[in-house]
Design a protein around this ligand. Sequence first.
Ligand code: ZN
Length: 289
Amino acid sequence: MSPSVNIYYSDEYALATGLETVTKSAEVAAAIVADPALAVRLVAPAPATRAELRAVHEDSYLRTVFAAGPGELPTGPRTPALRRSLLASTGGMRDAVAEALRAGRSGSLSSGLHHARRGAGEGFCTLNGLALGALRALRDVASVGILDLDAHFGGGTFEILGEHPQVRLADVSVNGYDQWEPTAPARHHVELVTDPAAYLDAVSRALRSLEGVRCVLYNAGMDVHERAGGLKGLTTEVVRRREALVFGWARGRGIPIAFALAGGYRWGGLTLAQVAALHLETVRACAAD
Ligand SMILES: [Zn+2]
C-alpha cells in the first residue's frame, strides 16, 4: 500500500448553514473516512492568523472580518463560528502547500477562496487562501503556479498576485464570472470554454503554461460539472479525466501540488452527498499511486 497522503481538515471548517461553500467539507471528510481503500489521513491545520493575512489583505478589510458583533461576510452572518471556519480553512491551504513541498502532494477541504480581493470579499469568498498558500510556497521555492479550474474565474487571486513576478496563473473557466485580463502573457493564461468537447484540451494548455514552476496550487472546482452548476456536457467522466490529467502531470514532473475543493453546488440537481462524491474524485486522483 502506498504511504497515506495528508489532507487538511478539521471540524471547524464546516458549518451547517446550508450554503455549500461552508457545509460540504464535512460531507467530503465523512466520505474519505468511510473509504478504507483511500490512503488519506485527515490532519487539522493551524488556523490562519490576522498577522499573516496582512500579506494578502488590507488592514481595513481584516478589521471588518475580525470585528465583533453583527455583520455580514460573503458566506453568511459574521459569527465566531464562521470566523473560526474561515481561519481554519484558509490556514489549511497554507499547511497543504507546506505539506506538498515536503511530501509531493496534499490538499485542503477548503472552498471560497479565489474571488476574495485584497480589500473585499466577493462571490462566497472571504479570505484568499490560494494567495496565502502561494506566498507560503515562495518561502521555499522560486516559482509557484495557481491552476484554477473552478467554473468561474479567479479575479481575486489575479488582483492580489497578478503582478508578482514569481507567480504564474492559469485559469480555465466555463462561466464568465470574475474574468480578468492578462497583463503578463508569459505568466498569465486565461481561457473561457463554452464547448464541453474542448474542455480537456483547454486544461492541457493551462498545464503547459505552468511548465517549469516549482509548486502548483490547484483550485479544483467541481462546479464545472453539468449538474453541479456548470456546463452541459461536462460529465463525471470528464471531471474524472481532468483530475487524472492534472495529478498525472504534476506527478510525472515531480511538481509538488496542493488542491482546494473550491466550487460545487446543488443548483444543477445534485444532493450534497453527490457534490461531495464529485470532490472525492479530486481526493482519489491526488492519493492515487
Ligand atoms: Zn465557482
